[in-house]
Design a protein around this ligand. Structure first.
Ligand SMILES: [Zn+2]
Length: 71
């Protein structure tokens, strides 16, 4: 299941959202960790600290940032 990592204006963390939610005319997105963010509060870019709960849940769908914590 592919994910996108987007910044939440609610808690200022970068969460993993399932791509199937994207562009579906929803009022909010729900992250892998069940953090819900209204669409207007989501910044569609990967920045800020990654949400640890999302990291644990999605595991193998980490953002491709050229290394990072995986070393
Ligand atoms: Zn999260």
């Amino acid at each position: 299941m592919p994910y996108v990592w987007w910044h939440s204006g609610y808690d200022f963390l970068c969460h993993a959202f399932r791509v199937e939610q994207v562009g579906g005319g929803r009022g909010f997105f729900e992250a892998a960790c069940e953090h819900s963010v209204p669409v207007e509060r989501v910044e569609r870019e990967q920045r800020g600290h990654l949400c640890v709960s999302c990291l644990i849940r999605v595991g193998d769908a980490l953002p491709d940032d050229g290394g990072g914590w995986r070393g």
